[in-house]
Structure formats: C-alpha cells, structure tokens
Design a protein around this ligand. Structure first.
Ligand code: AMP
Ligand code: TRP
Length: 336
C-alpha cells in the first residue's frame, strides 16, 4: 500500500527557540512547506514531561514559539500549525502505543537516559513514555516524513518499530514506516562554550546559545566570547577534524549563509578567528534580525496567534479523526 506523502514535526514550547532549533529544524521546515502537506506542532504535552511548568509560562512559551515559527517563514494558512493538547487523538493513540512498545525498547532511549541522569527512580512516567507519545504525534496523521535534528533519530527508529509491531500484531499494513529527514550543514549545532555539547535550551549558561530573541549586540557578544582554538582556519573540510569549536562555528556560518561546508571553508581559509567571528556575526545578525523583529510584533498579538492555533487544531483533528476511528475498530474499542 502506498501512503500519501505527509510531513509532521514537533517542537517543545519550553523557553526560547535557539539557533540549533532554527538551523537544525525550523529552517528546513520552511523549505518543505512549498512541496508537501505539512503539520507542525508545538508539543506542549511533551513540555511537561521533564517537570511541570508554571501554567502562565507554558501558555506564553507556546504562543512565543508559534510566533517564532511564523516569523521564521512558516505559512500558517498553507500548513497546519497548532499545539498538541488541542488534539486529544495524540494522547489516545499514545496510550495504545504504550501497550505496543516494550519496556526494553524504551530503556534503550539515550535521551531518556540523559534526561533522567542518576535519578531514574524519581523522574515522571511521562518522561519514560515520551517516545511513545512522539510516535503517536506522527502516526495519528500517518505522516511519512519527519524533518528533525540529528538528536531525534533514535526516537524515529522507535516510531518505526512501534508501527511495525502494530501492523504485525493486528495483521494489516495500517501505519507507514516513517522516514526521518535530517539534512543541511547544521543538523547538530553545538554549544558556543563547549564544542562537545549540543546547543540546548536547558544549558544553564545563556552564553552557550544564540536565542532568536537576542539583540544584535547580544549576538555579537556571544560570538566574540565563543570558545575557539589558537590556530587559523583550515583550507580543507578535513582540516576541521579534531577541532570541534572551529567545525561548529564553520557549520553555523555555512548554514546561515546558505553555503555548503566546502564553500564556507574555501571562503575563510587561513583567516584567524577574530576576523572570522566578525563575518559570522554579520551573517547571523542579517539573517536573524528580521526574524526577531517579526517575532516580537507577533508575540504581542495574542488574538492573532491564538486564532492560528485554534484553526490549526481544528484542521489537525479533521485529519486524525478518520484514522483514530479505524484504530478503534482495529483494536476492538467501541467508537464513541
Ligand atoms: P527541541 O527544542 O528539543 O524540542 O527540538 C526541536 C527541534 O530542534 C528538533 O527537530 C531537534 O532535533 C532540533 N534541535 C534541537 N537542538 C538542536 C541542535 N543543537 N542542533 C540541531 N538541531 C537541534
Ligand atoms: N522530541 C522532539 C524534540 O525534542 C519533539 C517532538 C515531539 C517531535 N513529537 C515529535 C519531533 C514528532 C518530531 C515529530 O525535538
């Protein structure tokens, strides 16, 4: 059976969007929207798995994230843009997936291990089940392709395992085996303070990341203070090996400038970091400045943003309703 090509991706409304989210995910989504049917979701139910949030903060983050996505170029009329909790079908399917996925599979998830750390006994059950909800987000629409950053690869493999087991257990080719879309020169943007650590919302140091809300001065300052090594930039891509900070900054430079990594290296060969950082700041401010300004404008207009999310939620429910009805029949639940 051929499945209709459909894109789904999600992002957590926990704090601000940073350069890693933008280059690793959102910017690629903007490029996809012209070719495919796309559903983009602010996963507020995932956002409370690590710890409960202040309700006002969660509402504000959800609106801010929606504003950031629209400001980045996602067209909410062409695509579906909504917050996860607006469509209860995600949670319904997630429960069924909790009964499909095996404890052993979930125990292998590296993101869970990282987030739980040494205190495994004391994290929420929701954090453990997180990947099953993520699989439900995707499969409740029978999405076939999921654009994400490198860090989500294992979760997508689990979504395939869940789909496969569901199809096998109920003896029908019901769910597609979803493909990840991971591409571009910045699938894994690293911290500005440590080239071995991912740029992340949860890093306690704000100097480690560039936020989409940062002013031009803040961007310049963060880049100026970014960790480097003492050598000039190499003239080949291979020359970046073993130099994680140089590799990271060069990847960011390439991605922001719309270049391949080869072009970026050729552009900067032999330059010292001081000179290179000026170029990097320039391109970062040029690309991010207009997005930040538009995001600020939209964030103040909560009526507009809430309207977009409500409309998106309705359209999302219309797509998942027939699929979840068939799931009810397949599993043996009486339909409402
Ligand atoms: P999150 O902020 O964890 O909800 O992630 C949202 C999206 O951004 C996902 O597609 C991630 O893979 C992507 N992402 C998050 N951090 C990075 C990073 N440092 N580099 C590249 N992509 C990232
Ligand atoms: N786990 C993803 C992240 O942290 C967010 C997410 C939730 C997601 N559901 C999804 C991404 C479905 C893609 C598809 O980045």
């Amino acid at each position: 059976m051929a499945f209709q090509r459909r894109i789904f991706s999600g992002i957590q409304p926990t704090g601000n969007l940073h350069l890693g989210n933008y280059l690793g995910a959102v910017r690629n989504w903007v490029a996809l929207q012209n070719e495919f049917e796309c559903i983009f979701c602010m996963v507020d139910m995932h956002a409370i798995t690590a710890s409960l949030l202040d309700p006002d903060d969660l509402r504000r983050s959800t609106r801010e994230l929606a504003a950031a996505m629209i400001a980045s170029g996602i067209d909410p009329r062409k695509n579906i843009l909504f917050n996860q909790s607006q469509n209860p079908d995600h949670a319904t399917l997630a429960w069924i997936f909790n009964c499909i996925a095996r404890m052993g599979w979930m125990n292998r998830m590296t993101q869970f291990k990282e987030k739980a750390g040494k205190d495994r006994e004391n994290v929420s059950l929701g954090l453990f089940a997180y990947p099953a909800l993520m699989a439900a987000d995707i499969l409740v629409y029978k999405a076939t392709h999921v654009p994400v950053g490198e860090d989500q690869k294992q979760h997508l493999e689990l979504a395939r395992d869940i789909a496969q087991k569901f199809n096998f257990d109920y003896q029908k080719e019901f769910f597609p085996l979803t493909e990840p879309l991971i591409y571009g020169p910045a699938t894994r943007v690293m911290s500005l303070r440590d080239g071995a650590k991912k740029m992340s919302k949860s890093d306690p140091s704000d100097q480690s990341r560039i936020n989409l809300t940062d002013t031009a001065d803040m961007i310049a300052d963060k880049i100026k203070r970014a960790k480097t090594d003492p050598n000039p930039l190499p003239d080949t891509v291979e020359g970046l090996e073993g130099r994680p900070e140089a590799e990271n900054l060069m990847g960011i430079y390439a991605a922001l400038g719309g270049m391949t990594i080869e072009q970026a290296v050729a552009d900067c060969a032999g330059k010292g970091f001081a000179e290179f950082k000026k170029l990097l700041t320039e391109v970062a401010v040029t690309v991010l400045g207009p997005i930040t300004a538009e995001m600020r404008r939209l964030t103040d207009d909560t009526t507009y943003v809430d309207g977009i999310l409500r409309d998106g939620g309705e359209r999302a429910r219309a797509l998942s309703a027939p699929i979840i009805a068939e799931v009810y029949d397949t599993v043996g639940f009486l339909r409402p």
